[in-house]
Write a protein that binds this ligand. Structure first.
Ligand code: AN7
Length: 409
C-alpha cells in the first residue's frame, strides 16, 4: 500500500481521528481516501492477474494479512458485436460485474472495507440495502468471522438477494418503508452504537475497492480509457468510485484520457439524472421512488455531490429510463449476447439505447456499459416475460408423435 490520507470531499480538510468516522467533523461533508500520486510511476503489477488486489498499492490496507477475499474482480469485458450492430455502434463492450463472487459489483468494495474493518478491530458490521450490498456484506462478514446486521425495505428486495443474506447467517431487519428510511435508521444506529461499523457506500474505504472497476476496464482495453462509460446509478457510489479510478490511472500516466461518465436512473427514482437534466448543482429528493429495478429504488442518494462532480468534470451526462425500457434491454442483452443481468443493470443498456436514438453517442466511440448484478438475483422477472418465452406444453401419451411439435419447431 502506498501512503494515503483521509480527506473531506467538500472542505478538503484532513479531519483528525477520522479512521472510524464517516463524515467530516467540520462541515459534515463526505470523506475520501487520497493517495499522493504526484511523481509516482505505475507499480510493477503487469504480471499479476486482473483482480481487485492486483492494484493493492492503490488500496488503503496496511497489512496483507488483513485481506479478506473471495477472489473478486477480474470480471469479463465482453465485446458485444450483435447488440452493437443493432444500435449502430462499432465498439460496444459490457463489463459484467455479475461475475463477482456474490453476483454483484459490491464485492469489489466489500473485500476492501471488510479488510479495513478487520484492521480497525471491528467485530460487528451494519448496512442498509436494496439487496446487493447486504448479500455481499453477509458473505464477507461470514468469511471474516464478524457479526452482520442488515436493514432492508420490507417486501422490496429481490428474492435471490434475500436468500443470500439469510444463507450467510446475517441478522435481517425488515424495515417498513423504503431504502431511504432504512438507511437513515442505519446511520442513526451507527452514531449511537460505536460497536457497529457502517458499511454503506458513505464508507470511503468501500469506494476504494470499487474504483478497481475503472482500473480493470483500462487494463482490459490495453492501457486505454474508453470514450464513454455508462452505469446504473442508485446511491452514486459506483459511478463516483469509477471516476476516481480513471483519474488515478491518468495521474499515473497509465492512460492518456478519461471517459465521459454517464449515469442512468429509473424514471421515477431519478434525483440525480433530474438534477443533471435541469442543470442544477443540487438534487431534489424523490419521495416514494418507484421502479421494478429494486436495486436502484433510491430517492435520497448519499453520494450525490460526488456524482454531480464526476459527471461535470468528465463532460458526461445522465438519462432516465422506464421500467419497460429496462425489461426490453435486459432481454436483448440476454438473447443477443448471452449475458443475463438483473433489471437495475440493464438500465445502463436501456440508457445507451436512448442516448443513441438521440444521437448523443457516436457510432465510432468505444463504449463500456457496466452491468452491475447477475440476472439470477431477481427471479420475479419470469412473470413479466412474454408467454412465447416461457415455453409450450407437451403432453406425453402413448400416441404422441413428433408431428405435435411441428407447429412450434
Ligand atoms: C445491481 O445494495 O444500493 O449508484 O443497497 O445493486 O453505487 O448505489 C445497490 C445498488 C446499481 C447502484 N446496480 O449503485 C444496495 C444498493 C445494482 C445495484 C446499483 C446498485 P450505486
Amino acid at each position: 500500500m502506498w501512503p494515503y490520507k483521509l480527506q473531506c470531499f467538500d472542505c478538503q480538510r484532513e479531519p483528525a481521528a477520522v479512521e472510524t468516522g464517516l463524515r467530516c467533523k467540520t462541515c459534515d461533508g463526505l470523506l475520501e481516501v487520497k493517495f499522493e500520486l504526484k511523481g509516482k510511476k505505475k507499480p510493477s503489477w503487469d504480471h499479476r492477474q486482473v483482480s481487485v488486489w492486483k492494484y493493492r498499492e492503490l488500496l488503503p490496507i496496511e497489512n496483507e494479512e488483513s485481506i479478506i477475499t473471495l477472489a473478486e474482480g477480474g470480471t469479463g469485458l465482453h465485446r458485444c458485436t450483435r447488440l452493437g450492430r443493432k444500435l449502430g455502434l462499432k465498439k460496444l463492450y459490457v463489463k459484467n460485474e455479475g461475475e463477482n463472487p456474490t453476483g454483484s459489483f459490491k464485492d469489489r468494495g466489500m473485500t476492501v472495507a471488510i479488510s479495513k474493518a478487520k484492521e480497525l478491530g471491528k467485530k460487528k458490521v451494519l448496512c442498509a440495502s436494496t439487496g446487493n450490498t447486504s448479500a455481499s456484506l453477509a458473505a464477507y462478514s461470514a468469511r471474516a468471522g464478524m457479526e452482520c446486521i442488515v436493514l432492508v425495505p420490507k417486501g422490496k428486495v429481490a428474492g435471490g438477494k434475500l436468500l443470500q443474506v439469510a444463507m450467510h447467517g446475517a441478522k435481517i431487519i425488515q424495515v417498513k418503508g423504503d431504502f431511504d428510511q432504512a438507511f437513515k435508521t442505519a446511520l442513526k444506529l451507527a452514531k449511537r452504537r460505536r460497536d457497529l461499523y457502517l458499511m454503506n457506500s458513505i464508507n470511503p474505504y468501500r469506494l476504494e475497492g470499487q474504483k478497481t472497476l475503472a482500473f480493470e476496464i483500462s487494463d482490459q482495453l490495453g492501457s486505454k480509457a474508453p470514450d464513454s462509460v455508462i452505469l446504473p446509478v442508485g446511491n452514486g457510489g459506483n459511478i463516483s468510485a469509477a471516476w476516481k479510478g480513471f483519474t488515478e490511472f491518468q495521474q499515473l500516466s497509465i492512460t492518456k484520457t478519461r471517459p465521459r461518465m454517464i449515469g442512468i436512473q429509473a424514471e421515477k427514482a431519478a434525483p440525480i439524472a433530474n438534477a443533471v437534466k435541469r442543470r442544477e448543482n443540487k438534487i431534489r429528493l424523490v419521495y416514494n421512488p418507484q421502479t421494478l429495478a429494486t436495486a436502484i429504488r433510491i430517492g435520497s442518494p448519499v453520494n450525490w455531490p460526488k456524482v454531480l462532480k464526476a459527471i461535470k468534470e468528465s463532460k458526461g451526462t445522465a438519462e432516465t429510463v422506464t421500467d419497460s425500457e429496462i425489461l426490453q434491454a435486459q432481454r436483448e442483452l440476454a438473447t443477443l449476447e448471452g449475458i443475463f443481468v438483473e433489471p437495475a443493470s440493464a438500465a445502463s443498456v436501456a440508457g445507451l439505447k436512448k442516448l443513441r436514438a438521440n444521437m448523443r453517442v457516436d457510432a465510432s466511440e468505444t463504449i463500456v456499459c457496466v452491468t452491475t448484478g447477475h440476472g439470477l438475483k431477481d427471479p420475479s422477472v419470469l412473470e413479466r416475460l412474454p408467454k412465447s418465452r416461457t415455453g409450450y406444453n407437451l403432453e406425453i401419451t402413448n400416441r404422441t408423435n413428433l408431428d405435435a411439435l411441428r407447429r412450434i419447431i
